[in-house]
Design a protein around this ligand. Structure first.
Ligand code: HEC
Length: 193
């Protein structure tokens, strides 16, 4: 027992030294520190700019599409995803499954859930006609106040499809006659009589 006990202080010293950064061989080896001039690189920084065209891992979508934010860090005014009939149909289908339960099939906030939510009723989406497209995208992605994020249920493309459909719903309630294509106006005017 004696000899082993005698080793204790030596062991303790070895452990203490192992934790000492100056003596740690990994710490001492030659390397370029991020913001210092790299040896042999003509004074360039140790932390190099990625070669042009480098695609960050895990983020293959353009930043605006993935985040709804423009280069200025603000929500993009207009969706970066081109809208066509197929995207709108997709948006409608996903909206009716996910959003309508709270915001109503027309997006007007009339839903069974809304009637029973005492804390904060899901608002009518027609109030949000003037917010940027990117904002609506981000509400779905990040959640907003009492509304949870739906990023797990909705792929990025689906979220943009819903943005387009929400715009269509808003237009359906607030369009003026001159926004209607001329060939459809006659029919509307007749129905309105
Ligand atoms: C579980 C109910 C629920 C679902 C489902 C839901 N929302 Fe909401 N939403 C809310 C509530 C509640 C608020 C108000 C949050 C607050 O102000 O705290 C809200 C707020 C919003 C707002 C307004 C944000 C602002 O700027 O004030 C938008 C836009 C919106 N929701 C869009 C959507 C879309 C699109 C979907 C479908 C992907 C969706 N919501 C699904 C409950 C829901």
């Amino acid at each position: 027992m004696r000899p082993r006990l005698a080793l204790l202080p030596v062991l303790a010293a070895a452990l203490a030294l192992a934790g000492c950064p100056r003596l740690d061989p990994m710490n001492r080896q030659p390397k370029a520190k991020p913001y210092r001039a790299a040896p042999g690189a003509g004074g360039a920084l140790g932390m190099r700019a990625p070669p042009e065209g480098t695609v960050p891992h895990g983020q293959l979508l353009p930043l605006e599409v993935a985040t709804g934010l423009g280069p200025d860090g603000k929500a993009v005014a207009v969706s970066p995803v081109p809208v066509d009939a197929k995207l709108l149909a997709r948006g409608r289908a996903r909206f009716n499954v996910i959003c309508a339960a709270c915001h109503g099939v027309l997006g007007d906030g009339e839903s069974q859930v809304a009637l029973n939510m005492s804390l904060r009723r899901p608002p009518s989406l027609h109030q949000f006609r003037d917010v940027p497209d990117g904002h609506v995208f981000r509400v779905m992605s990040e959640g907003f106040g009492l509304m949870p994020s739906y990023a797990a249920e909705l792929a990025v493309e689906d979220r943009w499809a819903i943005v387009a459909y929400v715009r269509a719903l808003q237009l359906s309630q607030f369009a003026t006659l001159d926004q209607v294509p001329p060939e459809a106006r006659g029919k509307l005017e007749q129905e309105g009589r």
